[in-house]
Design a protein around this ligand. Structure first.
Ligand code: FES
Ligand code: FES
Length: 165
């Protein structure tokens, strides 16, 4: 008798609950969908960018319970029960986060593609290290292909000096 093939684990869609920028969303998606996909494709929160997909560039940085993480590497199932903050939830045009205000004041962006990730990384840094050194800032590994690192550094010091970040 020919043996039966072992059962194959079938991945399917399920209901995932995410709290993003203070709003609860219920999505019917695969549990291993990257959070970045859910943000951009399902919820149209396109401020968070896709760069590399392999945790190398930081364009997709969001906060998960206040920590900066690459959303391309976080499964939606693992983001459940946590507070997700994206660039859309950090501040607004009328009420920018101190880091956003400092990036504007220092005229940091060039093409702008990396900037939401840079700002999210900087905001998380200032939460845990309110007066960072140059070395603390340089430990941010987000890539800027336009090379705005000097201005990013100045902006982070400016935000730290404002005492509001
Ligand atoms: S897209 Fe996530 S780190 Fe590059
Ligand atoms: S501003 Fe262009 S990649 Fe950073």
């Amino acid at each position: 008798m020919i043996g039966r093939a072992p059962p194959v684990a079938v991945r399917g869609k399920g209901m995932i609950t995410l709290k993003i920028n203070g709003v609860v969303h219920r999505l019917e998606v695969e549990s291993d969908m990257p959070l970045l996909w859910a943000l951009r494709d399902e919820l149209k929160l396109t401020g968070t960018k896709y760069g590399c997909g392999i945790a190398a560039c930081g364009a997709c940085t969001v906060h998960l319970d206040g920590q900066a993480v690459p959303s391309c590497q976080v499964r939606v199932a693992d983001a459940q029960g946590k507070e997700v903050t994206t660039i859309e939830g950090l501040g607004s045009a009328g009420k920018p986060h101190p880091v956003q205000a400092a990036f504007i004041a220092e005229d940091v962006p060039q093409c702008g593609y990396c900037q939401s990730g840079q700002i999210m990384a900087a905001a998380a840094l200032l939460k845990r290290t309110p007066r960072p050194t140059d070395a603390d800032i340089d430990a941010i590994t987000n890539i800027c292909r336009c090379g705005t690192y000097e201005r990013i550094r100045r902006a982070i010091h400016r935000a730290a000096g404002s005492g509001k970040a």
